[in-house]
Ligand binder design. Sequence first.
Ligand SMILES: *[C@@H]1O[C@H](CO)[C@@H](O)[C@H](O)[C@H]1NC(C)=O
Ligand SMILES: *[C@@H]1O[C@H](CO)[C@@H](O)[C@H](O)[C@H]1NC(C)=O
Ligand SMILES: *[C@@H]1O[C@H](CO)[C@@H](O)[C@H](O)[C@H]1NC(C)=O
Ligand SMILES: *[C@@H]1O[C@H](CO)[C@@H](O)[C@H](O)[C@H]1NC(C)=O
Ligand SMILES: *[C@@H]1O[C@H](CO)[C@@H](O)[C@H](O)[C@H]1NC(C)=O
Ligand SMILES: *[C@@H]1O[C@H](CO)[C@@H](O)[C@H](O)[C@H]1NC(C)=O
Ligand SMILES: *[C@@H]1O[C@H](CO)[C@@H](O)[C@H](O)[C@H]1NC(C)=O
Ligand SMILES: *[C@@H]1O[C@H](CO)[C@@H](O)[C@H](O)[C@H]1NC(C)=O
Ligand SMILES: *[C@@H]1O[C@H](CO)[C@@H](O)[C@H](O)[C@H]1NC(C)=O
Ligand SMILES: *[C@@H]1O[C@H](CO)[C@@H](O)[C@H](O)[C@H]1NC(C)=O
Ligand SMILES: *[C@@H]1O[C@H](CO)[C@@H](O)[C@H](O)[C@H]1NC(C)=O
Ligand SMILES: *[C@@H]1O[C@H](CO)[C@@H](O)[C@H](O)[C@H]1NC(C)=O
Length: 383
Amino acid sequence: MRTAVLASLALGFVPTVYSAVNDTYVAALSKALSSAGLTQLAAVAAKVNSTTLGQELLAALPTGQFAVFAPNDDAFKGVPANVSSNVTALAEILSYHILPGNFAAAAAMSPSVTIGRTMLNDSSLVMLEGGKSQVLVWTSTNGTTSVLGQSNITVGESMPYENLTLHVITGVLVPPAPLVDVLTSNNLTAALGVVGSVSGLPQTLASTHGYTLFAPTDAAVMASQDTLKSIMSNQTLLLSVLQNHVINGTSAYSPILMQGHNYTTAAGEPLTTTFNSSGAYVMSGTAMAKIVRTDILASNGVVHVIDAVLADLESNAGAASSAYMSASSAATVASTQTGPLGASAIATAASSGKKNSAGMAVHFQPAALVLALAVGFGAVVLV
Ligand SMILES: *[C@@H]1O[C@H](CO)[C@@H](O)[C@H](O)[C@H]1NC(C)=O
Ligand SMILES: *[C@@H]1O[C@H](CO)[C@@H](O)[C@H](O)[C@H]1NC(C)=O
Ligand SMILES: *[C@@H]1O[C@H](CO)[C@@H](O)[C@H](O)[C@H]1NC(C)=O
Ligand SMILES: *[C@@H]1O[C@H](CO)[C@@H](O)[C@H](O)[C@H]1NC(C)=O
Ligand SMILES: *[C@@H]1O[C@H](CO)[C@@H](O)[C@H](O)[C@H]1NC(C)=O
Ligand SMILES: *[C@@H]1O[C@H](CO)[C@@H](O)[C@H](O)[C@H]1NC(C)=O
Ligand SMILES: *[C@@H]1O[C@H](CO)[C@@H](O)[C@H](O)[C@H]1NC(C)=O
Ligand SMILES: *[C@@H]1O[C@H](CO)[C@@H](O)[C@H](O)[C@H]1NC(C)=O
Ligand SMILES: *[C@@H]1O[C@H](CO)[C@@H](O)[C@H](O)[C@H]1NC(C)=O
Ligand SMILES: *[C@@H]1O[C@H](CO)[C@@H](O)[C@H](O)[C@H]1NC(C)=O
Ligand SMILES: *[C@@H]1O[C@H](CO)[C@@H](O)[C@H](O)[C@H]1NC(C)=O
Ligand SMILES: *[C@@H]1O[C@H](CO)[C@@H](O)[C@H](O)[C@H]1NC(C)=O
C-alpha cells in the first residue's frame, strides 16, 4: 500500500494523519545517515520500504518530532541472518528504534531512568494495556548512557536531522521477551517457580495485557520458604499472595510508580509505593519490601525486583475486578504520550512539593530523587 493514511498512530499518541512516503525526504535522510557513517541503517530504511509497516514508518518521520535510536554499522554485525534477510522482521525491529516526541534533552534526567514509548506495536511482539506500543528505557551512569535490558548497548553521539534526533547506539535493539524468558534471564527463577506452582497462573499472566509484577529475588524467596511452605497446600491462599505482587491492567514504570501512587493488586488489596532517602518501597496490605531494581520489560508488562516476599494473604475479588475495569478504561483514553513517561508529573510534583501515598512529604530535591531512583539500578550503590 503506497498511501498510508492513519486515523491515529497508536492509542496513547496524538492522532496524526500520514500521507505517502516522501521519496525526496527519504533520499535526503538516507544520504544524511550514510554521511554520518550509518550506512547499514540507511540500507535497512530502503529495504523496509517494501513492507506496509516500513512505508508507514517512513511516511511518519517528516510529519513530526521523532527520536531515532540509530544503530551504528558494527551493530548490524550482531543481527542474525534470519532477521537481516527478513524485511518484515526488520521493519518490526526498526519500529522499536523510533519514538514520537522530543527526547533531545532526555539525558538531563540522568541518572534516573528515562522511558519513552516507541512505535513497536505489532501484536505478536507487544501486548500492553489499551494496545499501547512498547517502551524503551535508558539511563546514564558515570557519563555513559545505556539502554536497560539490552546486552551492552550504549548511546553515543546525538545529532539532529530536521525534526529527528538521531541517537547513535552500539547494538540493534531487541524487543522485550515474554515474561518466562524475562524472569529466567534476570535470575528470578525462584519467583518463576512459585508462579508455576499455582495452576493456571503462568497462562493468566501470559495472556494479560499490561501488568506490573513485583518479583522477589531468589534470596527473598528462599528466606520465605517457611511462610510459603505453610500455605503451599492451599492454592487459594497461595494465589492471593502471588496476586498481591501484581497490578492487573497497568504497566507502572518507575517514573510513574515513584510518584507515590495507590494501586489495587490483582487480589484486590491496596498497594502503595513510597520512597525516602533509604530507597523505594512497595506495600501490599501491611507487607512491605524494598524495590531493588526497576523497569525490566516484558512483552506484556513490566517487572520490578523486590527484596522480600509480600506475605499478604488477604484478597477481595470485587475490588480486584473493579480496579481492573478502571485500569482498562483508563488505558484506552488517548493521551499525548510523546515525551519521557512521567516527566511532566515529576516536574509538577517538584514544584508543588506534594505528599506521597503514606502521607510523608515527598522531597523532590534533586539529590533525594536521584538517590531514590538510583536504587533501581543494581549497579549503583549510593548508600
Ligand atoms: C501500529 O503502528 C503502525 C505504524 O505506526 C500503525 O500503522 C498502526 O495503526 C498501529 N496499530 C495500532 C493497533 O495502533
Ligand atoms: C518506496 O516504495 C514505493 C512503492 O513501492 C516506491 O514508489 C518508492 O519510490 C519507494 N521509495 C523509496 C525511498 O525507496
Ligand atoms: C518532501 O520532502 C521534501 C524534503 O524534505 C520537501 O521539500 C517537500 O515539501 C516534501 N513534499 C511533500 C509533498 O511533503
Ligand atoms: C518541526 O519542529 C519545529 C520546531 O520544533 C516545529 O515548529 C514544526 O512544527 C515541526 N514540524 C513538524 C512537521 O512537526
Ligand atoms: C530467527 O531464528 C531464531 C532462532 O532460531 C528464532 O528464535 C527467531 O524467531 C527467528 N526470527 C525470525 C524473524 O525469523
Ligand atoms: C519473517 O519475520 C516475520 C515477523 O517476525 C515472521 O512472522 C516470518 O515468519 C518471517 N519469515 C521467514 C521466512 O522466516
Ligand atoms: C561509577 O564511578 C564510580 C567512581 O569511579 C565507581 O565506583 C562506580 O563503580 C561506577 N559505576 C558504574 C556503574 O560503572
Ligand atoms: C560493550 O561494548 C563495547 C563496544 O561497544 C566493548 O568495548 C565492550 O567490551 C563491551 N562490553 C561487554 C561486557 O561486552
Ligand atoms: C545472574 O546471576 C549470575 C550468577 O550469579 C550473574 O553472573 C549474572 O550477572 C546475573 N544476571 C543478572 C541479569 O542479574
Ligand atoms: C486481570 O483481570 C481480568 C478480569 O478480571 C482477569 O481475567 C485476568 O485473569 C486478571 N489477570 C491477572 C494477572 O490477575
Ligand atoms: C484455604 O484458605 C482459605 C482462606 O483462608 C480458606 O477459606 C479455605 O478453607 C482453605 N482451604 C483449604 C483446603 O484449607
Ligand atoms: C493513597 O491512599 C491514602 C489512604 O487512603 C490516602 O491518604 C492518599 O492520599 C492516597 N494517595 C494518593 C496519591 O492518591
